[in-house]
Ligand binder design. Structure first.
Ligand SMILES: [Zn+2]
Length: 266
């Protein structure tokens, strides 16, 4: 990718604005927009690796839209098959208990109706309360199993390739599941890229956008002027000073505590 013109923005991605032009060739006005979808791998020292999905809608002119549509083939069917299999395996453990509870609830409904009527008639029969309790318990279990099976499919990522910082495409599947498959950008989409969010302790989080065109980058910075992150700004410099001071304070505190523990006359 040739893009080398960088713009750093703070704040969430859904508030990012694009200038009223085609990001690939600069023609105004754009004819429509297409999603630019990315997946970021986040590795931690002790916690398991996580994958973060992010997307923005990028404006393109009519000619670039046509080039984009032509260059964009269908999502790799083999990858989709793999992900559908993965999804089926993930929800399989929930299918039997969910069906069993549904069957039970269907059979308990007439009993529940009778107990409910009796309880509303101020009956003090413990049997009626027990039926109500059992039904509530199974309804709660059913809710848990349905939630778990829905969570199992969101999102399913095809990890056969390297997913360090990848362009991806997504497709919705059954029961709220969605499939994420790595797929390179089309030539018009390659004119813009964005990186993962950079976390700061005492300054706003920010992420970098890269543009192939200096002009588009400048226009992009202008329409997002209120949230451009400038590491040389007084605010950023002060944040980094405070951050350094905080690190020094923590180191001094830890060393102080260690020395205190080792003092012989305590
Ligand atoms: Zn264009």
């Amino acid at each position: 990718m040739l893009a080398t013109h960088l713009v750093d923005l703070t704040g969430p991605l859904d508030g990012v604005r694009f200038p009223n032009l085609c990001v690939a060739c600069g023609v105004t006005p754009p004819a429509g927009d297409v999603p630019l979808e990315k997946m970021f791998r986040r590795t931690y020292h002790e916690s398991p690796t996580t994958y973060e999905y992010a997307n923005v809608r990028v404006p393109l002119c009519a000619r670039c839209l046509t080039v984009h549509e032509r260059a964009r083939g269908p999502i790799d069917p083999a990858a989709l098959r793999r992900l559908r299999r993965q999804w089926a395996l993930k929800i399989l453990p929930y299918v039997f208990p969910t069906s069993a509870i549904l069957w039970l609830l269907a059979h308990l409904t007439p009993l529940l109706a009778r107990s409910g009527t009796a309880l509303l008639g101020r009956s003090r029969n413990w049997g009626d309360l027990l039926v109500l309790g059992i039904v509530l318990f199974f309804a709660f279990c059913l809710y848990g199993f349905v939630r778990a099976s829905l969570d199992a499919g969101r999102p399913l990522v095809d990890r056969t390739g390297d997913l360090g910082d990848a362009y991806v495409r997504t497709q919705r599947g059954a029961l709220g599941s969605w499939y994420v498959v790595p797929d390179g950008p089309t030539p018009p989409l390659a004119a813009v890229d964005f990186g993962d969010e950079q976390f700061e302790i005492l300054a706003p989080n920010h992420r970098t956008f890269r543009f192939a065109s200096a002009d588009v980058a400048a226009r992009f910075a202008a329409v997002n002027a209120d949230r451009v992150w400038d590491p040389a700004s007084p605010q950023a410099r002060q944040a980094s000073r405070v951050q350094r001071l905080a690190v020094v304070a923590v180191v001094v505190a830890v060393l102080g505590a260690a020395v205190w523990q080792l003092l012989p006359f305590r």
